[in-house]
Ligand binder design. Sequence first.
Ligand code: DAH
Length: 344
Amino acid sequence: MKERLEALQAEALQELQGVAGPQELGELRVKYLGKKGALTEILRGMGALSAEERPVIGEVANRVRGAIEAVIEDKAEGYRRAETELRLRSETIDVTLPGSALPTGAVHPLNKVAQEIEDIFIGLGYTIAEGPEVETDYYNFEALNLPKNHPARDMQDSFYITDEILMRTQTSPVQIRAMKAMNGKSPLKVICPGKVYRRDDDDATHSFQFNQVEGLVVGKGIRMSDLKGTLLQFVQEMFGKQARIRLRPSFFPFTEPSAEVDVTCSQCGGSGCRMCKQTGWLEILGCGMVHPKVLEAGGYDPEEVTGFAFGMGIERIALLKYGIDDIRHFYANDLRFLSQFERM
Ligand code: DAH
């Protein structure tokens, strides 16, 4: 029996020598050491041994089991280590690779332009005023020298809520509110940005809702040349030092005299192109000297103070500044459009 055990050991060790992988190793463990394995098989014959032989053979059997187990354990450990190494190698992270960029949002071009306009006028000593978008007929029209049935009201088709309340059609009503808040004190220098509403059909140049910035200066001895100088300063900061302006006589009920202001075409620089319809000029805003009746409505004595005012569309400024051909781009929230402004 001792010989059979030793022969088994030799056979097992030899076979283990040529083992191909962890699976085969498992199979050999079963084959030699399992419950129905070769070692158990031999030990079944122990019952027939004498009392003296049994401990001797038992010891041999333990040694054989130990020897086979040691080799199997050794091999298994080798496989485990190899597997860990492989996994480590496949999971290594190259910390020198560039990271994936997180997409960041951008300021909407209209907000960007509005902020630029605000910055320019804050730099000139203006403060910012706001007024309600749901406005009374009085502030939106009457106090601005547009009495009921005044034909100029037709220029601004309006969304009425009641006979006396409407969505403001312009930011000009904030002029009256800003003046009243001063209780007759001057000077007053404000700009008033905000949304306005008109009953227009949306197209490339019209929208039922858009944004304006109103400007108002009231004080002693304010003259039209102050207005002109202010506007020139503004367009040169907005469109570049080369920009020029020209004033064309116009009519607004709340200013007298009134003017429309053109800026040299930002596309061709004034030589004439498609954008400026070959004129070299682009209309950007309306302005004028504040009408005495409007000063009165604001609580000022027109014999004591004078003032100038202007109003511009933020969309229009943005269209011209960036050479955009359709106002609807601003409202469609198409990221292909919006992302172009990220780093401007
Ligand atoms: N409120 C006018 C509009 O929406 C723009 C405007 C023109 C405002 C002349 C002014 C101004 O303050 O003096 O068409």
